[in-house]
Design a protein around this ligand. Structure first.
Ligand SMILES: *[C@@H]1O[C@H](CO)[C@@H](O)[C@H](O)[C@H]1NC(C)=O
Length: 476
């Protein structure tokens, strides 16, 4: 009996080893990892930046790794991203997006089309729409800061973690701006449930949540579905908001009320999941780099008399601080499915074959953002990194003596750039300026910048492990 079992196990092991993929001519270097099928899944999930850095040192700018039965080719030559990703027929974005929607948001949108979504968003988050959103963001932030229920309008010092301070305030102001009115108690509940859900997001995406976490995610999701009421829209109204037009489109597609609510949670995450963490890193880096804080304060004073739209064009120091912050903390993986056997060519002229059914990922966080050839001392926060001596925006970054087209890519690349980026930038700017003007902010004794939660590499803006303890007081 024992021998039969041992023989069987041995055979299965042999089968797994022999069914492993072998590298063929003109394919990228292949790394199966030691564990059959699982491959590098554990290391990838734990700290993708560390793992991919190790692979890059071993194999170079392109390689294929086995991750939980899937073969993923990772491309880390940032000069090649745009041309490679242009081939949208061979490298499809929709399938993977749908998979994540299902896994994270339990959402099935059969007609989901990223391109038309982007166009719809573009219409509302740029031009006139952007001006309206910007004004409304300004008003909502003031409203929250002066409303007695929000509890920020007190004269004495208060303590808080900077991450929760920034995230809760920016989330609520942006929620009122994009999703419409809610009373304070409901708004707070939405924020808290959203945070419970957001904390588990990487696990949901990877399918590694345990029973307890599944329960938490389900209850947060369920409550959010109740709280997120689709906006009612007068069908004949001329100016639908972005959200109204999104919901109307779902209705025309025949999606039921439940699906609409699930889709609203997706959009809540898309619009609110990154700005709060980004604002935290900006303010955190400022508080821990006094010379940067001083420079930003001086700039704020010099533009204070201008109207917001005009003001936003004359803030080179803040713009450099924001770019430097995003360089260090924007860490999305861009993933495509290979729809048919194909060839890609890189900027150095090399060609590689990709196999149908595999995935292709690019990771702008490692290249260009943390590439030591492009950015000296890449792990350091240097607030004037994106400034010329004459205070104009610095654009000339070199690699191998050649100017790189993109020195950071926090918003994605080419056609796939985030359509809400201008609104996000202006919201973060409004937020940071407002709290620097209206509050005294200080680090608590011995407070240091927390480390990064490494499980979030691949999912947009990074979040800290722990928080940065601060005290603040409203200025009189
Ligand atoms: C500022 O400096 C940069 C680089 O040194 C230069 O390219 C640019 O023309 C200068 N701009 C002005 C307005 O002087």
């Amino acid at each position: 009996m024992f021998w039969t079992a041992a023989l069987l196990l041995g055979l299965i092991a042999l089968l797994l080893v022999y069914s492993r993929r072998r590298r063929q001519r003109n394919e990228p270097p292949l790394d199966n990892g030691i564990i059959p099928w699982l491959g590098h899944a554990l290391e990838f999930g734990k700290d993708a930046a560390k793992f991919l850095t190790r692979m890059k040192q071993k194999h170079g700018d392109i390689f294929t790794v086995c991750v939980a039965g899937k073969y993923v080719t990772v491309l880390l030559d940032s000069n090649s991203y745009e041309t490679v990703l242009k081939d949208e027929d061979c490298l499809d974005a929709t399938g993977y997006a749908k998979l994540l929607m299902k896994k994270i948001f339990d959402l099935h949108l059969p007609n989901h089309n990223p391109k038309s979504e982007r166009n719809r968003a573009q219409k509302h988050f740029q031009g006139n729409g952007l001006t309206q959103l910007r004004n409304s963001m300004h008003n909502n932030l003031q409203l929250l800061l002066t409303s007695p229920e929000a509890g920020l309008n007190t004269a004495g010092w208060k303590k808080d973690g900077l991450f929760s301070f920034c995230y809760s305030l920016l989330f609520r102001a942006a929620y009122l701006t994009v999703f419409g009115e809610h009373n304070n108690a409901e708004l707070t509940e939405i924020y808290e449930e959203f945070r419970r859900f957001d904390k588990l997001l990487p696990k949901l995406a990877r399918g590694t949540q345990n029973k307890e976490e599944t329960k938490v995610a389900n209850s947060a999701q369920g409550r959010l579905w109740e709280l997120l009421t689709p906006p009612s829209a007068d069908r004949n109204a001329k100016d639908l908001s972005w959200l109204q037009s999104f919901i109307q489109h779902l209705q025309e597609d025949g999606m039921d009320a439940e699906t609409q609510r699930k889709a609203m949670l997706l959009q809540l995450w898309v619009t609110q999941g990154n700005a709060g963490p980004a604002a935290f890193w900006v303010v955190g880096f400022l508080l821990t780099h006094p010379e940067a804080l001083r420079a930003v304060r001086e700039e704020i004073i010099s533009v204070q008399h201008l109207a917001p739209e005009e003001r936003d064009k004359h803030t080179p120091v803040f713009d450099s601080v924001l770019k430097e912050t995003l360089r260090l903390t924007a860490a999305a993986l861009i993933t495509r499915e290979v729809m048919q056997d194909t060839k890609i060519s890189l900027s150095d002229g090399q060609e590689y074959r990709l196999r149908r059914g595999d995935r292709l990922c690019v990771f702008p966080f490692l290249s260009p953002q943390m590439d030591p050839q492009i950015h000296k001392q890449p792990e350091m926060f240097i607030f004037e990194r994106f400034l010329n001596e004459n205070s104009t925006e610095r654009k000339d970054f070199l690699k191998d003596g050649r100017r790189v087209k993109y020195s950071i890519m926090p918003w994605g690349t080419g056609e796939n750039k985030c359509p809400g980026r201008d609104f996000a930038i202006s919201a973060i700017k409004e937020f940071v300026f407002t709290i620097l003007i209206q509050f005294d902010l200080e680090l608590c004794e011995d407070a240091t910048m927390p480390s990064v939660d490494t499980s979030r590499y691949g999912f947009g803006m990074l979040q800290p492990r722990g928080d940065l303890e601060i005290r603040y007081r409203k200025r009189s």
